[in-house]
Design a protein around this ligand. Sequence first.
Ligand code: C2E
Ligand code: MG
Ligand code: MG
Ligand code: MG
Length: 276
Amino acid sequence: SVKSQGRNGYSFFDPTMEAKSLERILMENEMRKAIDQQQFHVYYQPKMDISSQKLTGMEALVRWVHPELGVISPGKFIPIAEESGMILELGEWILREACKQNKKWHDQGHMLKVSVNLSARQIFQKDLVERIIGVLEEVGLSAQWLELEITESIFVKMEEATAVLKQLREAGIHISIDDFGTGYSSFSYIKSLPVDTIKIDASFIRDIHHNQESQAIVKAIVTIADSLQMNVIAEGIELDDQAEALQQNGCAHGQGYLFSRPLATDDFEQFLAERN
Ligand code: C2E
Ligand code: MG
Ligand code: MG
Ligand code: MG
């Protein structure tokens, strides 16, 4: 078979290999075109102080509006972008876009922090820190107004990840652990992580208003965060009852459809005008 000849350089003919790389090439081309043709859009979801209902910041979330395929959700294309390496280019575009936009809002008097999701692939990019600082300088946004959301998955390479996060924090950038509680999170190592904020995963929020275990978990996370002088925010709040249960368990900040869906720039400005 073709496979048996693979070692001699004939693996080139392996049909599955060929299909994979072809799909990857097509996808990379589509994504690069998409950046050039402005098919990617950055949406912004408000982060709130739950009791005062005041805006505290916003998370940048990418959307892809493909001319033929319509809206493709990040859950679909981000993993492909990660696998192909395109996430490096796409991620930097998103970062620049979000920082540029935040700078505009700052110039209008809205002093808010923008949070940008960073994939594992980006964290381990060699010159990541220089690139991010470069983007901040280029757009004229001070580092304190940028927060990077990372996931626990990066801590499989604990030392490398910690070193990068330390450099980012030394530059004045805030770090948040996204989807906390779903991955490698462990209370024994969290004390040594250079992070500012813990973002409690939506899975603990979904049933918090009628599940004592979720309440206990949230309470424990809040207690640990307090003692480590970290901030806490809950994601995926959809109901008043959930917001109330969060407050009862000490979590003062949140994000979710209850307050607002992720908004296009114009709609976010409307939100700013009405709510800030
Ligand atoms: P994430 O960073 O944990 O973002 C939260 C997701 O939950 C977003 O989905 C957001 O729209 C959604 N969400 C917010 N509030 C609610 C709510 O009340 N109920 C429900 N059911 N969902 C809510 P989205 O925008 O589809 O993004 C999914 C994931 O894709 C993100 O999870 C993140 O991991 C990734 N992603 C999105 N944008 C980017 C990006 O710019 N760069 C990278 N690397 N990843 C991104
Ligand atoms: Mg996030
Ligand atoms: Mg999340
Ligand atoms: Mg997520």
